[in-house]
Design a protein around this ligand. Sequence first.
Ligand SMILES: [Zn+2]
Length: 418
Amino acid sequence: MSQIYDLILHNISLASFHFESKDDEINNPYGIVDNPVICIKDGLIAGIFNADDPLIDKLETENSIDGQGQWVTPGLIDCHTHLVYGGNRANEFEMRLNGKSYEEIAKAGGGIVSTVKATREASKDELFKLAAKRLSYLMDEGVTSLEIKSGYGLDLKTEQKMLEVAEELNQFSGIEISKTFLGAHAVPIEYKDRADEYIKLVCETMMPELHKLGLIDCVDAFCEGIGFTIQQTKRVFEKAKELGLPIKLHSEQLSDLGGSKLACEFNAWSVDHLEYLNCDDIKHLKTSGTVATLLPGAYYFLSETKLPPIQALRDHDIPVAIATDSNPGSSPCLSILLMLNMATTLFKLTPSEALKGITINAAKALGIDNTVGSITKGKQADLVFWDIESPAELSYQIGGNPCKRVIKKGKVIINKNQ
Ligand SMILES: [Zn+2]
């Protein structure tokens, strides 16, 4: 019996990011499929045919889209964001540019402390509205899956509130949100000089409680001189392991503490930032299958000059993801397309590497690469249509937004062609 599809896409150019083998990936780095017709059924890719196939005339469908020659890529994935928070830090940014010192800014209540205060004070509704607005900019550029971390509450009540807002966005935004518990983001002021006691609260109260509520998909920490030590990070990971939760880590952003090596011992989904990653530690990423997530927005906004070890990551064939790290302090970024540009101009990734970083490799960094991140039979029909002549334009162009249509689980959620 012939299948009746829900939707058929034709007259498109396709960068699928699906690779049959390593050789295939090397020879065809965008996973380009010639002359494709994509058939969608029940929210999934049911088949990809060649438009010259005589069978095409026999395909039955409820609906079809003439792509007018536009390029189609997988739905974009932002695998590292801190999108839920109260207030913003534009005031502090302005003070700094007016020559105020860090001490003066801290005295005026600046820094992460100000975000924690604003997030604690904000109602769930206020946080939802602020985050939904930020999310709308990313969705407008073709983002169909995204991660949100907690970490501006630093107490059980507010961490729960942040993760519940992330879950509401998951239910109401039309896209999928992964929720990451980042209780070990910073030491709250009430625990000043008592970081070990705070870690105890994170491990013995916050993580088990929030896990019981089903609010944690993954556990993260900030392993850094201004964050938590290797020993403290290890306690967080051990607890996550005990609860059966996957982990990822902010590591080697400002110094080399060996956080990435530790994270790999716990089979981390990803290690993120990595400007100071020691080349000797890259082999551990290979062994554990961990993704290296690079965050060019933070590198740029903090005027960092030390580059992550890009060539060594390449030499070891480590999957590299790119993300906005959208947050009020070090990367107030709401454009994933700008990250493509920065990944190529600042980090010298090739345009295909950069795009892989926000599709298939970003999916790996969130443990969702079985269902999204590339366009192939059986995966979710998450697709973006672009008004461009080649995929490299997405990295090349600065500003503007060539996204014309977004399909999530087989449904058109954005259409700017009309
Ligand atoms: Zn971050």
